[in-house]
Design a protein around this ligand. Structure first.
Ligand code: ZN
Length: 315
């Protein structure tokens, strides 16, 4: 009898020790949140507001590296496996996530896949040659470039925070309500702008992460690539057809994304009849460095800048 109770005691000690070794418990009971991209990171900060000091919030790849070539370090994988809430876009650039989550130490981890959250709003990638062997559907992962999607995802994050920190549910709900108003207000400004500008066609002479945005406002678009594949060279046919479209539809601007070398855009420009075209740099919010974040960069701010840019392009 004695022997059994001693064994039970040892077992209990073992169990309490092993749960003590979980980092988020060591960490003053802070809720730990890991985000694979900037938008989710920014949304968590906004929802947590004044409570942010109670949250251990981390964004992966905050050196500003291209999110499409990001690979997690051993430390990143440990961080994901031990966190309370993990948020990622759920696209093809993040196939590493499945493996990372297999090693999750925290059995109660909440995982938010943003493509899943937006449900039927998710846009399928067009079929490419050489990719037919994929059984699974591939979705465009740049879901944050739609303010309507942003509302859905922010709401989902708020629910997760309520689950993790029920005591402060009302606070998170209040923050969510305020921020949703901002998102919807900006969405309305986009609606108005696209109605009031003379043009309806955008030319993208670069990788093309803005599919969600153009679909939201029914804009016509021609892009050199479908999505963000980094190592695609544009063919002569693509370049001349974009240049012809610009001449035909009297479009004066070619849009590229942040950090572009503008080589392709310049080639398109030189292939137009007048050559008198400007190149505008839109912000895909997909590769944001810590330095930029420290300078007060926000999702709303970036989408406001994009609004101005698209207005210029459609004028
Ligand atoms: Zn991209």
């Amino acid at each position: 009898m004695r022997k059994i109770s001693a064994l039970v005691m040892i077992l209990c000690i073992c169990i309490s020790f092993s749960s003590c070794s979980r980092p988020e418990l060591v960490d003053d009971g802070k809720i730990s949140v890991v985000c694979a991209g900037f938008s989710a990171y920014d949304w968590v900060s906004v929802l947590c507001g004044d409570r942010i000091s109670k949250i251990d919030l981390k964004m992966l790849g905050d050196n500003g590296a291209d999110m499409h070539s990001y690979q997690p370090s051993v430390e990143d994988i440990a961080r994901i496996g031990n966190c309370d809430l993990f948020i990622y876009s759920g696209g093809e650039s993040e196939t590493w996530v499945d493996d990372a989550l297999k090693n999750a130490v925290n059995p109660d981890i909440i995982v938010i896949n943003m493509v899943d959250v937006i449900g039927e709003n998710a846009i399928e990638h067009e079929e490419h040659e050489g990719h037919e062997d994929h059984d699974e559907m591939e979705y465009d992962e740049h879901v944050w470039l739609s303010l309507k999607n942003a509302c859905l995802i922010v709401n989902e994050i708020e629910h997760a925070l309520e689950t993790l920190d029920g005591e402060n549910a009302e606070y998170y709900r209040g923050q969510c309500e305020e921020y949703t108003k901002l998102l919807m207000g900006l969405d309305e400004r986009y609606e108005k702008m696209t109605k009031n500008t003379a043009g309806n066609t955008l030319i993208f002479g670069d990788r093309f992460p803005f599919r969600y945005l153009v679909e939201d406002y029914g804009l016509n678009y021609y892009a050199a690539f479908d999505g963000c594949s980094a190592d695609t060279e544009a063919s002569f046919e693509i370049i001349t057809s974009l240049a012809d479209k610009m001449d035909e539809l009297h479009v004066d601007c070619i849009i590229v994304i942040e950090g572009s070398d503008k080589r392709l855009a310049n080639t398109i420009k030189d292939s137009t009849k007048t050559g008198n075209k400007s190149i505008l740099e839109a912000d895909s919010i997909q590769s944001v460095s810590k330095k930029k974040m420290d300078m007060g960069y926000t999702y709303i701010g970036a989408m406001e800048n994009n609004l101005e840019l698209f207005e210029k392009a459609l004028r």
